[in-house]
Structures are given as structure tokens and as C-alpha cells.
Ligand binder design. Structure first.
Ligand SMILES: [Ca+2]
Length: 144
């Protein structure tokens, strides 16, 4: 076998190991799943973000790191840091700028309904576990 061929095989093997390590989920991390609804319908193409428990979404918050819902409205967030409390927020980026735009984009939190609105409720995942049913039942266009 020629030396160049051995080198190419070695590089290919190294690339495959690198790709496999990137694609493998950390087993100590958690998973959050649920669905997003808007005006009573499953809402695909919506960004789902995990926010630290002490913060809500803010003006121009970047959305590109969010998980995007499927056409069914379902979502799966993988590699969630375990035993950490998050608010789960969904944003329908209606002006397509990849940022939260108050007054334009529709936004909603996973939470409890108090009879008027959905109040954010934090979620945490035990190590290596999946928490499902974290549905966001309505989105609103808020002025702030
Ligand atoms: Ca936007």
C-alpha cells in the first residue's frame, strides 16, 4: 500500500471519530419534549428556547440557538443540563429576523393557566432522563 493511501485512510478514520463524538449525546444530560400551539393549532417552525429561571425573554433575544418545532408542533431539546431549572419559551418569529421582536413575534411560556394568561413555570430534568409533555398551549403578541 502506498504511503499516500495510508495517510488518507488515517485522516478519514480521524474525521469519522470526530463526527461520531460530535453526534453522540452526553448520557448525563437530559431531554425535554413537548408541543407548541398557536390559536389552538399545532405551530411548526417555532423556536423553543430554555431560559435561566431568573430571566424572561428580552427585546432582540437571539433565536438561532433555539430548537425549531416540527410541522406537528412537537419539539425535542437534547443535551439539557440536568438538575437546572429553566423556563421554556416558544417564539414564532413572524418578521423572520431571528430575534425576539415584541409587538410583532408571538411568544408563549410553558406554565400554569391562571384563568387569564399562562404564567411561566420552571422545568428541570434529572440526569439522563426525559421530561415530556412540556406543552406551550398559546402564543401571544405582547407589546414588551
Ligand atoms: Ca423577530
Amino acid at each position: 500500500m502506498k504511503r499516500g493511501m495510508v495517510l488518507r485512510i488515517f485522516i478519514l478514520a480521524a474525521v469519522l471519530v470526530l463526527v461520531a463524538s460530535v453526534l453522540t449525546c452526553d448520557p448525563s444530560k437530559g431531554i425535554i419534549t413537548g408541543s407548541v400551539y398557536y390559536l389552538g393549532q399545532p405551530c411548526g417552525g417555532t423556536y423553543v428556547l430554555l431560559l435561566d429561571e431568573d430571566s424572561l425573554i428580552f427585546l432582540n433575544q437571539p433565536l438561532e440557538n433555539g430548537t425549531i418545532t416540527f410541522d406537528t408542533g412537537g419539539y425535542i431539546v437534547v443535551n439539557v443540563k440536568p438538575d437546572t431549572y429553566y423556563y421554556v419559551v416558544a417564539v414564532k418569529d413572524l418578521n423572520g429576523d431571528l430575534k425576539y421582536t415584541p409587538g410583532t413575534d408571538a411568544v408563549g411560556y410553558y406554565g400554569d393557566y391562571d384563568g387569564l394568561e399562562w404564567l411561566p413555570k420552571s422545568v428541570s430534568v434529572p440526569p439522563g432522563q426525559t421530561v415530556s409533555g412540556i406543552d406551550i398551549n398559546e402564543l401571544y403578541v405582547l407589546p414588551f
